[in-house]
Design a protein around this ligand. Structure first.
Ligand code: F6P
Length: 533
């Protein structure tokens, strides 16, 4: 499938990215603008011919038809027999969306209105805990029921005017202990966020939170909320229906920030801002559906990604937001991309070719002083995806922001330009080195350059922009998944470890033998048991 592109990558190996800018229009030709955002992929080895091949691949793999099927509510998550309709959660200005002949939009709107009323009650102090107005909200969830609200609440902290929000995910008791420390149970609201309401980490933390609250509050259930598709289970846990915000199985966990799973974010920033985020996502949906492929931001982000991972053979990609408030975005994208496209089997059940790349990253400029060394001079090429706002939220600190942006742009320039041996020699000569020592010192100061990067630039990180960015990456993952022929919407690969953990817990407790286990696992169990107090 990628033969032609691999051949093109081979032909371009020695092409200097910088030399491609002899074409004065390159920056314009190899970028996409949409609604206040600019996606620049010109600092890559992409040429017109490569792009044509990528676009032809997208056509031959039926991306447009699959996209339309997704938006239309077809069961494109074939291994689970489900529609994929997180887009319906933000379809507030669109028409009906049918699943099995039924329009889901009335229920989507109804749930959103309930969330809005409840958030306003919490924010205004109308809904109170035993000790008065709610001061703190603790969202307990993991994976898609955690990363989205946590990432977005931090991202939008300039808009935060509701109670403090905290996030607990890890079953490690340290997480909930450190989070609850200092909180007043009488003015805390606990949100148990779990699509399945069976995830062991979440349920264990929820029970611990309930016990903590029960020590100080007469009716702890009154300060609990559930976000889930599993109404029976939320009832068994003791949360009454009026504080259960449900959604359907056509919302995948890692795509669920747009609905009830976003409740903590809505409480933090208010329903109006939350709707702005939905509007940003909806605008990206319309763009994804309507824009011609070459002007289509998700499409070109996806095709650039595939060019790097599947034609050029780069095994990882770095997501580098130059925004401290996007510190959790790389982790969010890690789940979005790696849980969606980290598959070894095609939709048809055959062995898949190499699938999604490893995604990782940290905010800039911090990363520059940590791992950029390898990105610049290491032996692997790591395509970098820079993300940055032209303006910050701190007008009094505009000089900070200018420095931030200067660093971001400088990195993509440095990665492309590099520094030649001649320039390094000249630098070392100026410092007084000569002969062999000059050669030795200069060699260390060479930057190979020619390293690809893309930049996503926008005016300011508003709720609307964040909605656009999330939806942009969601659709990018979708396009990549369709082209790779895999199901981006299941996650069977997380199951085995869960099953084995449940088996091992009684072994660690000493209530079951470790007999069937391998020697390594037995030795590890013995070490743990031997260290018990
Ligand atoms: O274990 C993986 C996973 O199923 C994710 O896909 C999901 O986002 C997370 O666990 C949490 O699941 P739930 O919302 O059902 O607790």
């Amino acid at each position: 499938m990628f033969d032609r592109l691999k051949a093109q990558a081979g032909e371009l190996t020695d092409t200097d990215i910088l030399s491609l800018f002899e074409d004065e229009s390159r920056a314009e030709t190899f970028s996409v603008r949409f609604d206040g955002m600019l996606f620049d992929y010109s600092k890559t080895r992409m040429t017109g011919a490569v792009r044509d091949s990528l676009l032809a691949l997208a056509v031959s793999r039926g991306v447009a038809a699959r996209r339309d099927a997704m938006f239309a509510g077809a069961p494109i998550n074939e291994t689970e027999g489900r529609a994929v309709l997180h887009t319906a959660l933000r379809n507030l200005n669109g028409g009906p969306v049918e699943v099995d002949g039924q329009d889901v939009m009335p229920e989507v709107r109804n749930t959103l209105s309930r969330m809005e009323r409840f958030s306003e009650q919490i924010r205004s102090g109308g809904y109170r805990g035993q000790g008065g107005a709610i001061t703190d909200v603790v969202n307990i969830g993991i994976g898609g029921s955690h990363l989205g609200p946590e990432m977005a609440t931090l991202a939008l902290s300039p808009y935060h005017d509701g109670p403090r929000c905290h996030f607990v995910a890890n079953v490690d008791g340290a997480d909930i202990t450190d989070t609850l420390k200092g909180l007043d149970p009488a003015t805390t609201l606990v949100i148990v966020a779990s699509k399945s309401f069976t995830t062991i980490e979440t349920m264990t933390n929820a029970e611990t939170a309930r016990a903590w609250m029960a020590q100080a509050v007469d009716d702890p259930a009154a300060q609990f909320v559930a976000l889930s598709t599993a109404e029976e289970k939320t009832a068994q846990f003791g949360i009454p229906p009026e504080r259960v915000f449900g959604f359907e199985d056509w919302v995948g966990g890692r795509y669920s920030i747009w609905g009830p799973i976003g409740l903590s974010l809505m409480i933090a920033i208010g329903p109006t801002r939350f709707r702005e985020m939905l509007a940003g996502g909806e605008a990206m949906d319309r763009h994804f559906r309507d824009a011609p492929a070459v002007e289509n931001m998700p499409m070109m982000l996806a095709l650039t990604g595939l060019w790097h991972s599947h034609a050029c053979g780069y095994a990882t990609r770095a997501v580098l937001p130059y925004d401290q408030r996007l510190a959790r975005l790389p982790a969010y994208f890690q789940q979005l991309e790696m849980e969606s496209n980290g598959k070894g089997v095609t939709m048809a059940g055959a062995a898949a070719p190499r699938t999604g790349p490893v995604v990782w990253g940290e905010p800039g400029t911090n990363g520059q002083h940590a791992f950029y060394q390898l990105i610049h001079q290491g032996t692997q090429v790591i395509p970098c995806e820079f993300i940055v706002a032209a303006q910050g939220h701190e007008p009094a600190l505009a000089h900070h922001h200018r420095l931030l942006v200067a660093n971001c742009l400088a990195q993509s320039e440095a990665l492309m330009r590099g520094r030649s041996l001649d320039v390094a020699r000249a630098l070392m000569t100026e410092k007084g080195f000569q002969g062999e020592e000059l050669e030795r010192q200069a060699a260390h100061r060479v930057f190979p350059g020619n390293r690809p990067s893309t930049t996503l630039l926008y005016d300011r990180l508003t709720p609307y922009r964040l909605g656009q960015i999330i939806a942009l990456y969601e659709h990018r993952v979708f396009v990549e998944g369709v082209i790779l022929g895999i199901n981006s919407f299941d996650q069977w690969g997380v199951e085995l470890g869960k099953v084995l953990a449940v088996e091992l817990e009684p072994v660690l407790r000493g209530d079951a033998p470790a007999d069937g286990k391998d020697g390594s696992t037995r030795a590890l169990v013995n070490f743990v048991r031997g260290s018990e107090d």
